[in-house]
Design a protein around this ligand. Structure first.
Ligand SMILES: [Zn+2]
Length: 432
């Protein structure tokens, strides 16, 4: 099995830690000097970049959240002058402003190299014909892997998404060997293959790289059996870079994280405490080579686990377990997108001011349920149980009208949800 950059991907872990520390120190100096947001945060703690003497010192620094990035719209997070920026991408912040990411020429070169690593780990080489059905646009989706394919010397077909019948025709006629898409779109393609009466076995597909939405082993099995390819998972985080952050090798026991470019921590999403190696929790990433928009302790909102055990493929980098749910942002319940902030707005309209609340999503049998927990406070407290029941029923009805899903509403003790503002997850997803 080929490795694109053996020096980096098979680095001795002690040597890797040393490299990470040097790059972290350089990053902290850079953000302190060039990004007001970080200077303010560090100053408030009395922390100087030179105070970082070990990787553990990173835990003394505060987190960076998507809200922080949205507030920095458009260029407040940039650590280089605009004339050094050669590419700008943006993604939707939630709620409010988009999140804007810049790339210097070196950022783009690194991006292509890391994407080439992910592609090589998946078994792609220069003889392959790669069809990229992700979107080419403001989002980072298609771009990282596109340039990775070119760097490898394979052929890229930039179809972008949609026009599925044409995708299948191209796949057949151009003899596509590698499909890059979201897992959901791979199944749409599989449907179209059947609809057009094309024998999937007669296609030339060998590998698929899938990302962009949570998926399961059952979906993997379905994609593989219907498209006759090997389906691999990769992790694309647009705020950190885009696709290329991590990807599965052919062992498919987790996604190798490019640790010489990204420092990973796993935290308890509720308390913000760093969890011991091997624990499941929220992934926090620090970029240690990004020039244009470096991030210190960025809360990804993705729930996962890191495996540091050696991988039979020979890479020494830690592996990210399949992402299982998110701590924030949009949550999908019964196929309906729910924006947690929308729930807050409805609660505020109903009760006069926004209470402290939390969404809990779970599964009972085959069915998802949504529970909205609200902290009791004055005005939300009733001596008479009947009044309270009426109130909860009315509120559940309002919420159902506003978000499209009937939730259970539950009152909870004061301060049982509220903690430090940036560590309290708005959504707890108990599914999977
Ligand atoms: Zn491996």
């Amino acid at each position: 099995m080929a490795i694109y950059d053996p020096d980096a991907e098979q680095m001795d872990r002690e040597q890797l830690a040393q490299l990470q520390l040097e790059r972290l120190q350089a990053t902290l100096h850079r953000v302190y000097k060039n990004v007001k947001f970080y200077k303010k945060k560090f100053d408030a703690l009395g922390f100087l970049p030179e105070d970082c003497r070990s990787l553990e010192d990173l835990t003394r620094l505060p987190f960076t959240t998507r809200q922080d990035l949205a507030r920095a719209y458009p260029y407040e997070m940039f650590a280089v002058p605009l004339r050094e920026v050669v590419r700008i991408h943006s993604s939707t912040g939630s709620p409010g402003n988009p999140i804007v990411m810049g790339y210097t020429a070196r950022d783009l070169r690194n991006w292509a190299k890391l994407a080439a690593r992910v592609l090589t780990a998946a078994g792609v080489d220069r003889d392959d014909v790669v069809q990229v059905t992700l979107s080419y646009g403001l989002l980072t989706s298609a771009f990282g892997l596109h340039y990775g394919v070119e760097l490898l010397g394979a052929s890229v077909i930039p179809t972008g998404p949609g026009a599925t019948a044409r995708q299948v025709q191209i796949m057949r006629d151009y003899r596509t060997t590698v499909l890059i898409s979201t897992p959901g779109y791979a199944l749409v393609i599989a449907d179209m293959v059947e609809e057009l009466g094309v024998d999937a076995k007669s296609l030339f597909l060998k590998v698929g790289l899938f990302a962009g939405e949570p998926w399961t082993e059952a979906q993997r099995a379905e994609i593989e059996s219907r498209l006759f390819l090997k389906a691999l998972d990769n992790y694309a985080l647009s705020e950190a870079m885009g696709p290329g952050v991590a990807g599965e090798c052919e062992e498919r026991e987790g996604m190798h994280l490019n640790e010489d470019h990204f420092l990973a921590e796993i935290i308890d999403p509720a308390s913000g405490e760093v969890l011991p190696p091997g624990s499941r929790g929220e992934l926090v990433l620090t970029t240690i080579t990004r020039e244009a928009t470096p991030l210190v302790r960025f809360r990804t909102g993705d729930l996962t686990r890191l495996d540091y055990a050696p991988c039979p493929c020979g890479r020494t980098t830690a592996r990210l377990a399949r992402i299982r749910g998110r701590t924030d942002q949009v949550v999908v319940v019964k196929g309906i997108n729910i924006f947690p902030e929308r729930v807050g707005q409805i609660l505020a309209a109903f009760t006069g001011e926004e209470p402290v609340y939390q969404l809990v999503v779970g599964r009972e049998g085959p069915l998802d349920y949504l529970e909205v927990r609200i902290e009791v406070r004055e005005g939300l407290f009733f001596d008479k149980m009947t009044l309270q029941r009426q109130f909860l029923q009315k509120l559940a009805h309002k919420l159902a009208q506003g978000i499209g899903v009937s939730p259970r509403v539950k009152l909870v003790e004061p301060n049982s949800i509220s903690r430090a503002e940036e560590t309290s997850p708005l959504v707890v997803d108990l599914r999977n």
